[in-house]
Design a protein. Structure first.
Length: 437
């Protein structure tokens, strides 16, 4: 997902909604159903604010109307509201024709039965499945089933670092491994400043980080048959390693335990922290007055060696997908709109505007996506990123394990010891909250 301010409250109720939504979905909003020349579109908040998104998207929607005669009614929905709005729409039928979803929600929303399935025939209508980057397709629904959405914007995590703070500390290059990050961090954590920022109260961001660390420790958090597996040695080690950045190593400020609204990016932009792990952060830094030559970007750390697949995974597959409610009465218009938004021209325009990476392979060849910062993200996405578990319970996973990590950060901030046993106990409690299979 672009913003990691996921609608966690909605995720808690998702399992209840899915059973009720199996016969729901589609749209009955005025306009799209009463006028087949109109589409309603819920866009996710990708820019620095709602108005920024409108200024980016409306000219493109006007272009689409000029080409096709189909007017698109735009609503940009904040991330704090988006999942709840979608869940309500799947049960009431009062929703848009086309919408953006966080790619990590794909399998969960697929289980509602409300979204159009992207079989070979539907993919052919938008130019074919093979146009899309394979790793982005991996986060579009349950493996072995037709996708529930198509990739729109792609992202990956990277390590952003403050060049001046590194130079002042005599550090020549960014850390490539976690051991190096801790050693570097101790040199940087002084004079009221901290080495690295985290969003300790942001459930989705917590999940993104511990999922990657879990892969590095050989853990998946779910068994091959889809059962929750939060208490394996690898999962416990991953969570403890992440929280220990504050609890043991003291390179994260205690106040970060309360961060949930991108405060770590503000701290970085204001020279309060020297590093941050984030998805496509350049546009945010610019909006906060940070010049491009003041920061650098490097692959996120691994345990040892270099980033790659398997235990060298250093990012989840981040991004935004585009979905269609299957009961829309303007399916032809919806297909034309998805084809337009995922076409090479629009992929270049929109991803340039948002600082993200095209989900379409041919559009990635544009030189604009070969800058030093975006090249790291693009290479990570292609070579060392792994999709979060594509299971119906993924949203609950984000909520219960994300909350466990949040609670552990709170304990670390209060000066209490975080032990392997206390981590395991939190994860056991989280696993008990998952739906039984």
């Amino acid at each position: 997902m672009r913003r990691t301010r996921a609608a966690a409250i909605g995720a808690v109720t998702l399992s209840l909604v899915l059973s009720a939504a199996a016969c729901g979905g589609g749209t009955s909003g005025a306009g799209s159903n009463e006028n087949p020349r109109t589409l309603t579109y819920w866009a996710s908040n990708q820019g620095a604010g709602i108005e920024v998104d409108k200024s980016v998207l409306q000219p493109e929607l006007d272009k689409f109307e000029k080409q096709t005669g189909i007017k698109v009614k735009l609503e940009v929905v904040p991330w704090t509201d988006l999942l709840n709005r979608i869940l309500t729409a799947t049960t009431s039928g009062q929703g848009p024709d086309v919408l953006n979803i966080g790619n990590t929600w794909s399998a969960s929303l697929q289980s509602s039965g409300a979204l159009l399935s992207w079989d070979a025939k539907n993919f052919e209508k938008i130019g074919g499945k093979d146009r899309f980057v394979p790793s982005a397709l991996d986060s579009t629904g349950v493996q072995g089933q037709d996708p529930a959405a198509v990739p729109l914007y792609s992202m990956a995590y990277a390590l952003y670092y403050n060049k001046k703070m590194f130079a002042d500390a005599g550090i020549a290059k960014p850390p490539a491994t976690w051991d190096e990050l801790v050693a570097t961090g101790r040199k940087l954590s002084k004079n009221g400043k901290s080495a690295i920022g985290v969003e300790g109260s942001n459930l989705s961001n917590n999940i993104h980080q511990v999922f990657v660390l879990g892969k590095q420790h050989g853990a998946d958090f779910f068994t091959p048959d889809g059962k929750a597996d939060f208490t394996s040695d690898g999962a416990v080690a991953a969570v403890k390693q992440y929280v220990d950045l504050m609890a043991e190593h003291k390179i994260v400020a205690p106040g970060n335990a309360e961060y949930a609204q991108n405060q770590s990016l503000s701290d970085f932009s204001n020279d309060k922290t020297a590093m941050v792990l984030w998805q496509t952060a350049s546009a945010t830094f610019a909006s906060q007055g940070m010049k491009e030559d003041e920061w650098g970007v490097a692959p996120a750390p691994v345990q040892s060696g270099a980033p790659g697949q398997g235990k060298a995974t250093n990012s989840m597959v981040a991004g935004i997908n585009m979905a269609v409610f299957k009961n829309t009465k303007n399916i032809d218009g919806a297909m034309k709109f998805v084809k337009f938004m995922t076409g090479d021209e629009e992929q270049k325009i929109l991803n340039k505007a948002y600082g993200s990476i095209p989900s379409v392979s041919s559009a990635q060849q544009d030189p604009a996506f070969n800058t030093p910062a975006l090249a790291v993200l693009r290479d990570t996405l292609a070579n060392s990123a792994t999709a979060l578990p594509q299971v119906p319970e993924e949203s609950q996973f984000e909520t219960v394990v994300g909350t466990a990590v949040k609670e552990l950060f709170a304990e670390a901030a209060a000066g209490r010891e975080v032990t392997t046993e206390s981590v395991r106990a939190k994860l056991e409690k989280a696993q008990q909250q998952m739906p039984k299979k």
